[in-house]
Design a protein around this ligand. Structure first.
Ligand SMILES: [Zn+2]
Length: 340
């Protein structure tokens, strides 16, 4: 029971222990260190001043706004609103904008194209994409707080302590790597225009997102329903609900995504996993001066850090054998930490 629950939990928030950064710098000389750090500053400056190149920096893909890759994919970023299991906008979501690794965004655009061409009247709607590490921590903090009864409809058969102890809420997430997406399928022209009146407190197992958004296909539960009924291949669904889940799965798998079998909405694009995760807040695509990617924020911070690293390296050049972590400073991110 516990191991099954832990398995569920480990994946509930797409847990993947971040890989520690390898440390193979030991043999570098102090002189090499200084030159490397200075080169990092130069490279960072170059990429800041160039446009599209940033999206394809060799070996260093950051995050892109999905809307700049495929604006036809609907976005309903639930953690940027109060419509989620915490009952509040989640820390780290400053805008309801879907950011993903470039290759993931492109693959998702391929799914959308395929779906639109072959399933008349259907398209994708994303519910969560890149999730800052601070947001994952906020989930853990929420689960540790006293029950206030506001959002029990998302976990009608469990308590908050159980969400933690059974692992429904984890400390790391593939969403923080920008390689996971939570999504559903919607109709381009909803048949049911008259939205059903539904009590927002209805248990997630007894309603669906269709009740709140008539365009959404009925998947048998709402998004983020902490319950076995959310398992993708769960029995007891109507044929319509079963087919809706399988349609999403079929098209996502065609383009390299893998479903987490206990969450019909969660897909990862493993090919883009390089072990890095991020903690840059979610911004609107148009908010940044150069709105092409949220990674720009990290890069700007990275330039300063890289400059600081260069200065530090020069200082260390005379007496240190340790090279600054150029990768971490360039992207303005601390090295990923393994799970507690
Ligand atoms: Zn997910």
């Amino acid at each position: 029971m516990r191991s099954a629950a832990n398995h569920y939990l480990k994946h509930r928030f797409c847990d993947t222990a971040n890989k520690p950064r390898s440390n193979s710098h030991q043999t570098h000389t102090a002189g090499t260190i200084a030159v490397t750090a200075i080169a990092v500053v130069g490279l960072a400056s170059f990429f800041l001043s160039s446009g599209p190149a940033r999206l394809a920096r060799a070996g260093r893909p950051d995050l892109v706004a999905l809307s700049t890759i495929d604006p036809s994919i609907r976005q309903d970023m639930r953690y940027a609103s109060a419509r989620n299991f915490t009952g509040n906008r989640v820390h780290g979501y400053e805008a309801g904008e879907c950011w993903l690794r470039p290759s993931v965004a492109r693959a998702l655009a391929d799914v959308q194209r395929d779906l639109v061409e072959n399933e008349a009247g259907l398209k994708l709607k994303v519910l969560d994409c890149y999730r800052p590490r601070r947001s994952v921590k906020a989930f853990v903090a929420w689960a540790g707080r006293e029950e206030d009864g506001r959002t029990r409809n998302y976990y009608p058969n469990l308590s908050r302590p159980e969400l933690l102890s059974l692992g429904y809420i984890g400390r790391n997430s593939t969403h923080s790597k920008g390689i996971a997406v939570d999504l559903t399928v919607v109709r381009t022209s909803p048949k049911d225009k008259d939205q059903r009146s539904v009590d927002a407190n209805t248990a997630c197992t007894r309603t669906s997102d269709h009740a709140f958004d008539p365009a959404s296909l009925d998947m048998g539960t709402t998004f983020d329903c902490f319950d076995p009924k959310s398992h993708t291949a769960r029995g007891g669904l109507t044929s319509e609900q079963h087919n809706a889940r399988q349609t999403l799965k079929r098209y996502m798998e065609r383009h390299g995504f893998s479903n987490y079998r206990k969450e019909w909405w969660h897909y990862t694009y493993g090919a883009a996993d390089d072990g890095r995760s991020f903690d840059v807040p979610v911004h609107a695509a148009g908010r940044l001066r150069d709105a092409s990617e949220v990674g720009g924020v990290a890069e700007k911070a990275g330039v300063y850090k890289a400059k600081a690293a260069a200065t530090k390296a020069k200082r260390k050049a005379t007496d240190s054998k340790q090279e600054p972590d150029a990768g971490a400073t360039l992207k303005g991110e601390a090295p990923a930490k393994p799970a507690d």
